[in-house]
Design a protein around this ligand. Structure first.
Ligand SMILES: C[S@@+](CC[C@H](N)C(=O)[O-])C[C@H]1O[C@@H](n2cnc3c(N)ncnc32)[C@H](O)[C@@H]1O
Length: 199
């Protein structure tokens, strides 16, 4: 596992803001949470648990994944965290660092999803924080692709943590129970969604 170091918390937040705003200036609005991955999560979740009532997505930028989950599950209350304040409405997308656990979130979410774990400054702490917010039958879904194993350089420090799929597995095995690893085979590589529940 390789990590970028930040001089301070402000330095970390600035790095996130710079990268996210640069993507927005380029009108780069594509949501990384693609439909095929969301579909597989929905299918898996319906097999192992009830339809989620409360869903939380971490590091959501425009929050498109919230719409996708709501639509595909046919309802539920879906909220997201986002560190760049300009993107937040504090109704659905909260200007909140996903490493913090908000009062009232512990044990409350039936489904938590993120494709932004590589933006965690302290991955092990974040893994524990996310799992602590799961309801007793809740599941956490964390995406990994080969890009999550690339450390951002000076101009892209926001991708501050790089790890292999095996390293993701170890982090989440220590923090909770890794129930499954969904595989998505693409033309030249595979990506995975780790399914985690409370220990
Ligand atoms: C790779 S983008 C993914 C955006 C979105 N999930 C998607 O699929 O398009 C990562 C997002 O996480 C946000 N982010 C980074 N660190 C964060 C943190 N500690 N807490 C909350 N959001 C964070 C970034 O600002 C950015 O919008």
């Amino acid at each position: 596992m390789r990590q970028n170091k930040f001089e301070s918390y402000d330095d970390y937040v600035d790095a996130q803001r710079v990268t996210t705003c640069r993507k927005m200036q380029r009108a780069y609005k594509r949501c990384f949470a693609v439909d095929s991955v969301v579909d597989n999560i929905v299918e898996y979740h319906c097999d192992v648990a009830d339809k989620p009532v409360y869903g939380l997505c971490h590091g959501v930028r425009y929050g498109e994944e919230l719409d996708k989950f709501e639509k595909k599950f046919g309802g539920g209350v879906w909220i997201g965290t986002e560190i760049v304040s300009e993107l937040c409405d504090d109704v659905r997308i909260f200007n909140y660092d996903f490493s913090w656990v908000k009062d009232g979130w512990i044990g409350n979410f039936d489904l938590i999803y993120s494709n932004s774990f590589d933006h965690a400054r302290y991955p092990r702490k974040v893994a524990k924080a996310w799992i602590s917010c799961l309801s007793p039958s809740g599941r956490l879904y964390v995406e990994w692709s080969p890009w999550h194993n690339k450390l951002g350089g000076r101009s892209a420090k926001a991708d501050c943590f790089a790890a292999s799929a095996d390293e993701y597995m170890k982090i989440f095995q220590k923090a909770g129970v890794v129930e499954h690893r969904l595989e998505f085979k693409l033309k030249n590589y595979s990506k995975y969604t780790f399914v985690i529940r409370r220990g």
